[in-house]
Design a protein around this ligand. Sequence first.
Ligand SMILES: [Zn+2]
Length: 691
Amino acid sequence: MKHWCLNNHWIFYRTLVLKILHIAVSSGGGGNFKTKNKLLTTMMTFNNLKIFYSVQQQFKPFSFIAAICLVLSIILTIQTNGQTPQKKVVMISLDGTPDFLIDKFLKSGVLPSNGAFAKMKKNGAYAERVLPVNVASTGPSHISIFTGAPPAKTGMVGNTFRKSDQSWNSPVLSAFRQPIAVETIFQAAMRQGKKVMALGGVGLDNSSENRKTDYLHMYPVNSGPSLVMDLIPTDTIVKGKNDQNFRKLKAESKSPSQPIFEIAGSTRMPLYIYSTDSVLNDANILHPLAQIIIDTDSDLSNGYAATVDSESWTGMAVEKNGKQYNTSFRILKVDATAGRYRLFMAAPAEVYGYPSGFLQKLQSGIGLWPGEPENRKQTTGLVSEEIWFEQIDRLAKYSRDLVLAGMKEGNWDLLFGYFSTLDDVQHRYTLTNPRQIDYKADNGSRPAIYGAYIEKWFQVIDRYLLEIMNAAPKEINFVIFSDHGMIPIHTSLLLNNYFEQEGFNVSNAALTSVSSGNSAHIYINREKVGDADYDSYLTRLSQRLKSLRDSVTGKAIFELVANQQEQIKYGLYHKDYSGDLFVSCKVGYTISDRYLPGVHYLVQNSFDPAMFENQNQATKNFLLNGTMNETGRAVHGCLATVREGQSIFYSVGPEVPKRKLKRISSLQIAATVSTLLGILPPADSEGKSVF
Ligand SMILES: [Zn+2]
């Protein structure tokens, strides 16, 4: 025991000395940023006793005190070598989780007192509220959380955006792909000798230096459409291995989809689908068995790709052009007598892992990527609500199992996991505002039914978090956060349609909007609007936006209409990416950036076709095909000050002090993780550690 205390003193003194050195360095002990950073890195590496030789070279630009401290640090490090417990952090993002709902559910008992959130609140640190960045949407928020820097520095000014020098007709850029201008927590950790593992986390795909980690399971990218196939028997019987007979099936002419596995719009692979022919059951009676065989080539004698039983999901992995794709199948309907089936295939997605074999190692234990829930097909009725929730369930389990499997891989210091569950469920089922068109549906009971769905999935995620925490070794510190909250929506605003109506000529490519939920950047085409006209055009446009009113209440729809100068104070102005104008709606509205002639620019949104059956066809098509952020019952992408859009921060573990924090910024999360990990924060982090 005495020995332990002694070593704890050594650790304390060494930490103190390192702190003094850090202050000496960061308070401008000489040298430019790069040199300082180099010394800091060296200092942290000293902490691990890996490098000794460059001490002298690093002394020069710094004060005498710093030099003494460095020497002391080395001596003390030698004394404590082998005694310092390895600091490990698991960061988990719960996409779209608003703090007010966690508080409400904890208070009402929806979230149990022995659950993960209750335990974190009791034993760890949590923030009463977390201010996300402007724009509080998945891409910009996550990248700002990773870097500790606002969109003005990261460049991710929306979920999607344009670059000032891109050609007008080229596709918009994505915050999930575009190179990030500053260092992430993952890079900072790797630079300081830590090993980083990212598991299904958004925005990390090894595509550029700032999106890399040592170990990676990329968040899969959908590469083709999901399919709903109505299959009927043919006369063709094919023999497989062991002389088993298979009957070839084909898609009916009226089938919603044909059996084509599509990859990135270019590769189209036919799927060969068979049913197992009649078999004898226990009573020795011929009995049709609902089982389907799927193959990607026409030869069954070399085996096949998937066997689908009734009422359960089956995954299928396809390799094409050196890339891996995962999908899964589910029989939706069976007419056994006629041998007909309705078969669903989830949207195929490219799965990618790093290093070689890592993805396969994880998937050998937990199965294939199950795919995202099928929103549009639920809206159109091709996929039932029940199947949609099965997809939610499978994806949530996969996300949990990925973290559980990843944690068992020994060689990491920082692990990042991700759950989209609560974002998905709230987008679809938030029904809390009386102005929402569904609010009185089902004799007024729909809000309660949907509310119960949301409660259930908060409970599930709470349980999964607890399972992860219980499975984790004692030395692990957890940081649980979200990127944004959720705002109930009653009206979709088709901004480009409004521009066109007001004579701003979207159809002639004079301007366009690029939306991130209920905010949007507006870009003016400078080839169409010359320098001489620009200022007056911008003023006119700004005025028209400010005067846009809700047809029911007569009140302004926008909370903010900001030119580039005004975007600066929102941390949003980036010279390459920001729009000429930026707009953000008040609570209740979301923005679609599609230009759809025939649709009024204000549409009451819903995912229930019964709610919009009296609309014209163009409006129906818009509502049937809307994305979660265009026509969702709740969206994100608001300003940081919007209460419902604010996010969560919870932390628990051996290094985490028990603390109730009032209001923190999401820019503090990267620095906080750095503190728990015993490293210095990312180079451009503006936020300071909350501890
Ligand atoms: Zn999100």
